[in-house]
Ligand binder design. Sequence first.
Ligand SMILES: Cc1cc2nc3c(=O)[nH]c(=O)nc-3n(C[C@H](O)[C@H](O)[C@H](O)COP(=O)(O)O)c2cc1C
Length: 267
Amino acid sequence: MNVWAVYFSATGTTKRIVTAIAQTLCRRAGVPCREFDFTLPAARNGWPEFAPGDLVVFGVPVYAGRVPNVLLKYLGTAMGNGAFAVPVVLYGNRNFDDALIELRDILADHGFLPFAAAAFVGEHAFSYELAKGRPDERDLRRAEEFAERIFKSRTGKCATVDVPGTPRPYRGYYMPHDGAGNPIDIRKIKPLTSERCDACGECVGVCPVGGISRENVRECTGICIKCGACVKGCHRHAKYFEDEGYLCHLRQLEREFGERREPELFL
Ligand SMILES: Cc1cc2nc3c(=O)[nH]c(=O)nc-3n(C[C@H](O)[C@H](O)[C@H](O)COP(=O)(O)O)c2cc1C
């Protein structure tokens, strides 16, 4: 049996949970952990060859209550070849809405057998306060316990796992609203760069959509998915958003969703 940790993870929280689950499974099965990180555009040219009997822990973050739509085309080219899968979503303590059911369906539609699933919480990409420091020790222990349960089930239950969410058609992408009830649309905003920037190019290397110019790191020439990779990845804290709608949404999230949510496991 090959055990895979497969993930997209712009700020690293999905990666931590997916690898914790996969590594525990590997320890129990006595096999090495195979890893496939498709965060960067260069990785999204193909897929590893999965085989029947493989066990693939497959994680993405929740964006607007769904699987990040920037990934849908690529995910549509995946081929499970009958491998067992554990869809995992990471969300920033608001809600995972229809993201888990969507990821489960994508995997099932592409030849995987999703027999277990989970939603974990990670520090919100927009914030340093919301779900601060998560996944933490408690989350990682839950991830290991989940892996133990998966291992004990020995993938014997082949039925597609039941998860919460609206079956197709899914709900629309979550849209925040301001105090007056007007929708806040942050799709077009881009990060700004402060005078702290020393043009080291770190941000260029971590952008999952290759959106930052190598020649001028202050310039965002491509799309921006607001994933937080450049903001949280910059060692000089030089990247930031100052759009009023974005900041309003951020304040709202921190105000309304501060109460700790726990991982939800489905098996
Ligand atoms: C564009 C965008 C939309 C998001 N939407 C949601 C959401 O609907 N619900 C939620 O709880 N968290 C949301 N988050 C927070 C992420 O799910 C969370 O930060 C996740 O841990 C990021 O995973 P990563 O560290 O692997 O990149 C959103 C983050 C981004 C960047």
